[in-house]
Design a binder for this molecule. Structure first.
Ligand code: ADP
Ligand code: MG
Length: 598
C-alpha cells in the first residue's frame, strides 16, 4: 500500500468538519462575522433544519468586490493586526470559517460596502467560482445550501432536521442575548421565532429568558473581572441545563469551568439533579483568557482558572444570599417559600439535611439529596451538628416501593447482601451490584473536593475539642495548620508533643478526629515535592474514607436508593478513589452467559 497525500480539496473537507459540524456551528460563525462587521441588524433564516439552507444577512461594513475571493480562501482574515493573537477584540479570527463552509456546502457570499456596487462569489464544495455583480442593500448576505451534501459521512452524524433546526435557532438566540444593541430576526421554517429591535440588555434578557421576572440580577466585580446577568433563585430550577447561557467576553461558551462553578455554587441550595436557569456574562481582560483553544471556540482557557472559579462561585453565592434550600415537601411542589436571612457560605456547602417539615427517610421516592447517616451512634465525641443525622437504629426498616425509572441508570435497590453490597434492578432489566463503601467514599471525596475548590472544606466545631498526642511529630504537624484548615481541620498547639483538634470537616462530623488528623497529615507529608493541590487531594481521599459508610453497615431501602442516586449525580463515581469499580452491571446477556444459556 502506498502513502499518498490527500488532494487539497479533501483535506479541506476533513478540516472543515472541525469548525462546521452542524448547522448551528455555521450559524454561529456567520453571525459572529456579521457582528465583527459592525452590523446593527442581523437576520438569520433557516430552512430544512439549516441543512437545506441558512441565510445570514447583515447591514455591516461589507466586503469589497476585490476581496471576495480572499474572504473565502483558507487562513484569510482581515482581523489580525501584526502578530497580535492575544488581545483580540473580534469574534472570529481563525480565517477559515467561510473556507470551511465552502468546502462542505454551496456557499454564496454577496456583499456591498457602503458607496460601492454589490458583488458575489459562489463556492461549491470547495470549487471557487468567479466574482460576479450582484444587487443587494449595503451589507453582506451569506447563503449556505445543501450542507454536507457531498460528505455523506458527516451527513450521517446529523440529527433530525427538526433538532438541527432547533439547535441552529437556539445559537442565534443565544448570540442575540449577548448583543442586545443589535437588532435580530430569526426565522425557522417560515416561522419568525425572534424579531428584536436594538434594545437594552434587560429588555433583551426579558425577551429571551423564561421567567426573567423571577430571576435574580447579578452584578459583581473583582480584580478586573465582572460577572453580570440573571440566575434563578434556588426555588426555581429545571430538570435540564438547557436554559443556562454562559458567555465569556460576550462569546457564548460551553465552558466546563463555568458550568462547574455554577454547579458548585448551587450545591446544597438546589436539589441534586436540578439546574438553575441562568444567563451569565463573565467579562475579563482579553489577555486573561484564550478563546482559541477549541475549533468552534466553545471552550476557553483562563490564565488564572482558580481565580475565575472562585470569583464566579462567590458572586453567585452572594446573589443567592438569603436563600436556602426550602424544606422538601412530600409532593413535588417546587415553589416553596424562601427562608429569609443571610446564609453562611461555609454552612451552605454542607449537604442539606432534610428540613424539619420533611417526610421521614422512607417516604415514597428515594430522595437523591437524602444524606446518609455518617455518624456511627454512640461516639464519645459530640459534634455541634445542626440537625443530628438519624442513627441506624432510628432509621425505618420498611423497604420503599422500588422505583426503577429510566433516568436512574443504577435502578432501584432490591436488597443488601453481606451488609456490604447493594443489589438493584434497572428499568432496562439489568442487575446492578454496588460496593456501598467504595461508592460512598467516592461521593464524599467529590463533595470535599468541590468544597476545597471554593476555598475550603466547611468546618464544624467540636463541642469538646480533642487532644491528640503526637510526640515529636507535633511541631511538624502544626506547620501544616494552614493546609489542614483548608481541609476542614482546625488545630492548635497544646503543650509539648500534643495538638488540639477544634474543628473537623462538617461532612465528616462523626469520624474520629484523631484519625482524621493523622491521616490528613500523613497524606500532606508524603511526597512533599508534589504540588500542594495534589497533596490536598490525596488528603481528601484519605478523609473521605473515614466519613463513608462502612462495609458491614446495614442500610434500609431509602438509604440504598439515596446512595444510588448520589452515585448517578457524582462525576467519576464509577470508580473509587483507589481506581476500583464502585458498581458493576450485569445485563440479561451477561447473566445468560454466566448460566451457559448462550
Ligand atoms: P475570520 O472571521 O476568522 O476572519 P472568516 O472565514 O469567517 O474568517 O471570514 C473571512 C473574512 O471575510 C473576514 O476576515 C472578513 O474580512 C470577511 N467577512 C466575512 N463575513 C463578513 C461579513 N458578514 N461582513 C463583512 N466582512 C465579512
Ligand atoms: Mg469568522
Amino acid at each position: 500500500m502506498s502513502i499518498r497525500l490527500l488532494p487539497p480539496e479533501l483535506a479541506d473537507r476533513i478540516a472543515a468538519g472541525e469548525v462546521v459540524e452542524r448547522p448551528a456551528a455555521v450559524v454561529k460563525e456567520l453571525v459572529e462575522n456579521a457582528l465583527d462587521a459592525g452590523a446593527g441588524r442581523i437576520a438569520v433564516t433557516l430552512e430544512g433544519g439549516g441543512i437545506g439552507r441558512i441565510v445570514v444577512e447583515d447591514d455591516g461594513a461589507g466586503i469589497a468586490a476585490a476581496d471576495l475571493e480572499l474572504a473565502v480562501a483558507r487562513h484569510a482574515t482581515s482581523k489580525i493586526l501584526g502578530d497580535d493573537l492575544v488581545g483580540l477584540r473580534h469574534f472570529g479570527f481563525r480565517g477559515e470559517a467561510l473556507a470551511a463552509i465552502g468546502a462542505v456546502a454551496r456557499l454564496t457570499l454577496a456583499s456591498r460596502p457602503r458607496g460601492s456596487d454589490g458583488a458575489a462569489i459562489v463556492v461549491e464544495h470547495g470549487r471557487v467560482g468567479p466574482v460576479a455583480p450582484a444587487a443587494l442593500n449595503s451589507g453582506t448576505r451569506v447563503s449556505v445550501e445543501n450542507l454536507f451534501a457531498a460528505v455523506p459521512a458527516r451527513l450521517k452524524f446529523l440529527k433530525s432536521t427538526r433538532s438541527e433546526g432547533a439547535a441552529a435557532a437556539e445559537i442565534a438566540r443565544t448570540l442575540a442575548m449577548a448583543h442586545p444593541e443589535v437588532g435580530f430576526v430569526v426565522t425557522l421554517e417560515g416561522r419568525q421565532l425572534l424579531a428584536a429591535p436594538s434594545e437594552t440588555e434587560a429588555e433583551r434578557q426579558a425577551r429571551l429568558l423564561a421567567e426573567a421576572g423571577a430571576l435574580i440580577k447579578l452584578h459583581a466585580v473583582r480584580e478586573g473581572m465582572r460577572l453580570s446577568g440573571l440566575v434563578s433563585p434556588p426555588t426555581l430550577s429545571r430538570a435540564s441545563a438547557a436554559e443556562q447561557h454562559l458567555f465569556v467576553n460576550r462569546r457564548p461558551v460551553a465552558d466546563k469551568l463555568l458550568k462547574v462553578a455554577l454547579r458548585v455554587a448551587c450545591q446544597g441550595l438546589i436539589e441534586a439533579g436540578r439546574h438553575p436557569i441562568a444567563a451569565l456574562f463573565l467579562d475579563l481582560p482579553a489577555e486573561e483568557v484564550d478563546v482559541n483553544v477549541h475549533p468552534a471556540k466553545a471552550e476557553v482557557r483562563f490564565a488564572a482558572p482558580d481565580h475565575v472559579r472562585g470569583f464566579v462561585i462567590s458572586a453567585l453565592r452572594m446573589a443567592f444570599g438569603g436563600t436556602a434550600l426550602p424544606p422538601r415537601p412530600a409532593a413535588p411542589i417546587r415553589a416553596a417559600p424562601i427562608r429569609p436571612g443571610p446564609i453562611r457560605p461555609a454552612l451552605a456547602l454542607v449537604h442539606p439535611r432534610a428540613g424539619p417539615g420533611s417526610p421521614p427517610a422512607q417516604a415514597g421516592l428515594a430522595d437523591a439529596t437524602l444524606p446518609l447517616p455518617l455518624a456511627p451512634s454512640g461516639r464519645g465525641v459530640l459534634a455541634l451538628a445542626r440537625d443530628p443525622a438519624p442513627t441506624p437504629a432510628s432509621a425505618p426498616t420498611s423497604a420503599p416501593t422500588p422505583v426503577s425509572a429510566p433516568e436512574h441508570p443504577l435502578g432501584a435497590a432490591l436488597a443488601q447482601v453481606l451488609s456490604t453490597y447493594i443489589v438493584a434492578e434497572t428499568a432496562d432489566g439489568a442487575l446492578v451490584l454496588v460496593d456501598q463503601h467504595a461508592a460512598h467514599e467516592r461521593i464524599t471525596h467529590q463533595r470535599l473536593a468541590d468544597a476545597l475548590a471554593v476555598g475550603g472544606v466547611a468546618r464544624q466545631a467540636l463541642l469538646v475539642p480533642v487532644v491528640v498526642e503526637l510526640g515529636s511529630r507535633a511541631p511538624v504537624l502544626l506547620e501544616q495548620a494552614v493546609p489542614l484548615a483548608r481541609l476542614g481541620l482546625g488545630i492548635e498547639p497544646f503543650g509539648p508533643g500534643a495538638v488540639l483538634v477544634r474543628e473537623v470537616p462538617a461532612l465528616l462530623a462523626g469520624a474520629d478526629p484523631s484519625r482524621l488528623l493523622q491521616d490528613a497529615a500523613d497524606a500532606l507529608e508524603e511526597d512533599v515535592a508534589a504540588p500542594l493541590a495534589a497533596r490536598l487531594d490525596r488528603a481528601l481521599a484519605r478523609l473521605a474514607c473515614h466519613g463513608s459508610v462502612r462495609a458491614g453497615r446495614r442500610l434500609n431501602g431509602a438509604e440504598m436508593d439515596a446512595l444510588l442516586r448520589q452515585i448517578e449525580s457524582t462525576p467519576n463515581a464509577h470508580t473509587c478513589s483507589h481506581g476500583r469499580p464502585t458498581w458493576i452491571r450485569l445485563d440479561r446477556a451477561a447473566l445468560e452467559k454466566l448460566f451457559g444459556r448462550r
